[in-house]
Design a binder for this molecule. Structure first.
Ligand SMILES: Nc1ccn([C@@H]2O[C@H](COP(=O)(O)OP(=O)(O)OP(=O)(O)O)[C@@H](O)[C@H]2O)c(=O)n1
Ligand SMILES: Nc1nc2c(ncn2[C@@H]2O[C@H](COP(=O)(O)OP(=O)(O)O)[C@@H](O)[C@H]2O)c(=O)[nH]1
Ligand SMILES: [Mg+2]
Length: 194
């Protein structure tokens, strides 16, 4: 099974909270048929299940902190295995959050061929998340947790971009533009893959 995953394209989608990762991933799914795996969505599904593990996760996410690395990675791996027969590619959204997450992913699953770096200003991300919070029902879309998520993004996740830049697979996408223009740049980056 892991051999099969190695034949599929793996794309990391990285950017701050509210930068527009999920929005762009949906459009990639529609155009290219890739499988979208949002690490945050996988974690929220576990929380919704009401399991003991979900309760622990909920407390961590509510604080805007990172959940244990093995938990997220196992969830992503299981989800990839479940889809490997029907997938030409995987969009791994919201992962890696720290360099260590990326290193472990590569050890256990495989190497990404592209990292889409969805870039928006801090101020823009806060504005989008406050707006999303009006309807998302997400307990972490509140002012206090948003600030913590943003701080952690700059501290832990931006180094991920530097780490993969040295490998030449990072495409920086300006996400201040209207959604369809942003997608134009995303599509160009994907079309550039052989
Ligand atoms: N690889 C990951 C992904 C998510 N999380 C946890 O799950 C929360 C929500 O993740 P996600 O939905 O990806 O949140 P953001 O990227 O902050 O926001 P968005 O959903 O808007 O992309 C994070 O704050 C964090 O606690 C984590 O620990 N490790
Ligand atoms: N104006 C504008 N809003 C966007 C854009 N992309 C996403 N949004 C909005 O910003 C919020 C966060 O987007 P989402 O895709 O959930 O971001 P994520 O946190 O990175 O997954 C949502 O309410 C989107 O509707 C964009 O390119 N332009
Ligand atoms: Mg998202």
């Amino acid at each position: 099974l892991l051999d099969k995953i190695k034949d599929a394209k793996i794309i990391f989608v990285v950017g701050g909270p509210g930068s527009g990762k999920g929005t762009q991933c949906e459009k990639v799914v529609a155009k290219y048929g890739y499988t979208h795996l949002s690490s945050g969505d996988l974690l929220r599904a576990e929380v919704a299940s009401g399991s003991e593990r979900g309760k622990t996760l909920q407390a961590i996410m509510q604080k805007g902190e990172l959940v244990p690395l093995d938990t997220v990675l196992d969830m992503i791996k299981d989800a990839m295995i479940a889809k490997v027969d029907v997938s030409k590619g995987f969009l791994i959204d919201g992962y890696p959050r720290e360099v260590k997450q990326g290193e472990e992913f590569e050890k256990k699953i495989g190497a990404p061929c592209l990292l889409l770096y969805i870039d928006a200003k801090g101020e823009t991300m806060v504005k989008r998340l406050m707006k999303r919070g009006e309807t998302s029902g997400r307990s972490d879309d509140n002012e206090e947790t948003i600030k913590k998520r943003l701080d952690l993004y700059y501290k832990a996740t931006e180094p991920v971009i530097a780490f993969y830049s040295s490998r030449g697979i990072v495409r920086k996408i300006d996400s201040e533009l209207p959604v369809d223009e942003v997608f134009g740049h995303v599509a160009k980056a994907i079309d550039g893959l052989k």
